[in-house]
Design a protein around this ligand. Sequence first.
Ligand code: KMH
Ligand code: ZN
Length: 315
Amino acid sequence: MIASSLSDKIVITAAITGAVHTPTMSPYLPITPEQIADEAVKAAEAGAAIVHLHVRDPATGKPTSNIELFRQVLTEIKKRSDVVINTTTGGGFGMPAQERLAVVPAFRPEIASFNMGSMNFGLYPYLSKPRTWKYSWEEPYIRATKDYIFKNTFADMEVFCSTMQENGTKPELECYDVSHIYNANRLLTEGTLKGPVHMQFVLGITGGIGASLEDLLMMKQTADRLLGSGRYTWSVAAAGRNQFGSCLAASRLGGHARVGLEDNLYMGKGVYARSNAEQVSKIRTMVQETTGREAAKPDEVRDALGLKGRAAVNF
Ligand code: KMH
Ligand code: ZN
């Protein structure tokens, strides 16, 4: 059903800035609302059908949930592009669940991330590389993740689910491990979550499943077994150097691909990605040349995922 309508197309998502990387890690990480919007529009021009968005304090680059910053980014992108806008509800480290979710009732986006369980989410391995930090918040932000739980309890997930339903926002299920697929299946069985669902398998986070081919197959096979093959749509996002290989593998298995500076700052070993668009172009070419699947257009994605359309958002 849903999955087959896009089987000859690849849905490329560009995750523009995220909350995992800090300004010291790459001079190309977009920070201000203007930079984030501009990167999103250019990623769409390069072939991304969806852009996934976080915002940052323009003065320091620190991830924030500030609604006015979101408003600036969302309105600017909508003015310049018909790309599907996917807002984060994962936010940044240390943000309470309700604060992360506020973007949904405020803007009623077509789609938003929905994190499928609590987990360790360690960025502290970044500290093994010596750096001179640009901003004083960066090192403590990264260090604190050693003792941090990314909290998404069943009670939290019920609230996220009902808020998204009330606002006509499709949840994109961020699954960082096999247990998150079981959580998704539980919410579906209980009727809290309505199908058909769209999943993002997030591989290679410290605290989640790895990013080997076996890990990817384990995620897909688990989802097929629990939800039924072809009864859900799915995409892969993988951290760091695993990004392109995992996305290509997903494309060969009928899945979709998320790239972007949220997940990976590089094009290859030691070579910075100078923009999100560069990564979008690279995966678009890799997938097209390997599988023949062409980049899906935003309206094709709206159709296939059952999104309400850009006229129905509140920005
Ligand atoms: N910021 C992270 C803790 C999402 O956008 O929903 C997780 C994250 C996922 O980025
Ligand atoms: Zn995100």
